[in-house]
Design a protein around this ligand. Sequence first.
Ligand code: CP3
Length: 356
Amino acid sequence: MEQTEFPPLKNDFILKAAKGEPVERIPIWIMRQAGRYLPEFQEIRSKHDFFSVCQTPALASEVTLQPIKRFDLDASIIFSDILVIPQAMGLTVEMVPGTGPVLPQPIKDPTDLVRLVQPNVEKDLKYVGDAITLTRHKLEGKVPLIGFTGAAWTLMSYMIQGGGSSTMTKAREWLYKYPEDSHKLLQLITNVIIDYLVMQVKAGAQLLQVFESHSDFLNDELFENYSFKYLKEISEKVRQRLKEENIPEVPMIAFPKGATMNSLEILAKSKTYEVLGLDWTVDPIEARKRFGSDIVLQGNLDPCALYASEQEIIDRSRNMAMMFGKTRYIANLGHGIQPNTPIASVTALIKGIHSI
Ligand code: CP3
């Protein structure tokens, strides 16, 4: 499906902001905007398990559109999960209610790497592409559609740790015990990520976000060696591949959650991504000072701030947006929205941002 066949875009604020162009209003989207805080999402989830929703384009598309129908958001993000890549590489991933993702047979040591397969992304992850294409049609040009992936270190850490963890010690052990095999694994994952992002753009994704959600486990040396190296390769190779195939480039967002200010600065100044996503611990004023004037910043209200009163949410979101400034800024939370967030809080957040 060619991009030119999609309905014309009516709201391009986020695309303009991502390119550093001035906007009439600050664009806002919310990480995990299609999620459990929405009763209509819960309704779908009561009938279908998590990965069935991801794998069924009609359901993934319906869920993607839920927050767009309800709120005045400026972007949609395709409903899926970062763990579809480990699945495509041959690992079992289960979504256990109350626990989160579980990989019952993680990669224990380098001899286990033979268990991984090199997927044919166009075939094995076709369902994501189909969901993207279908959603572009169903959006009728209302807002742009974001595609996404996990970055290599975050995916590697799930594959070794076997699930979420507050320390990720098994995965961090690998970086010191098996540095060469760690690079081997990161490279295998990176190759899949590149194919996956190119496929998403071909299917109709208009922006790409790369989630390095486990940056908080890495000091500056580890971040540079095991995260930044591959984030850079992802951005460079995706752009190169799109160019070779005569497909227009799309803006790219890196979200290295929990990265140190030094690591964020290296990433920002490398100019490998147009947009840098920030978690809620980063001060907006300090970020603008340190990361240079070229970079577009995204974020970063604490998801828990949505438990304040509606007036306080409006005040806080306005204040945040004024600190970041109206240009080169995309409003968002500093991480995914919490499952029991009040709907009225989301409306207040969007109202606050759009009042500037
Ligand atoms: O943002 C969106 O609306 C798009 C959908 C989306 C999901 N996961 C749906 C989801 C996106 C962009 C993701 C990315 C993702 N998945 C990340 C990166 C962002 C981040 O949070 O740092 C990570 C680390 C994962 C892995 C993952 N998936 C975890 C840790 C969990 C459990 C945590 C939780 O909130 O329970 C999931 C499950 C998940 N992915 C849910 C949703 C809506 C909730 C599970 C459910 O519906 O039962």
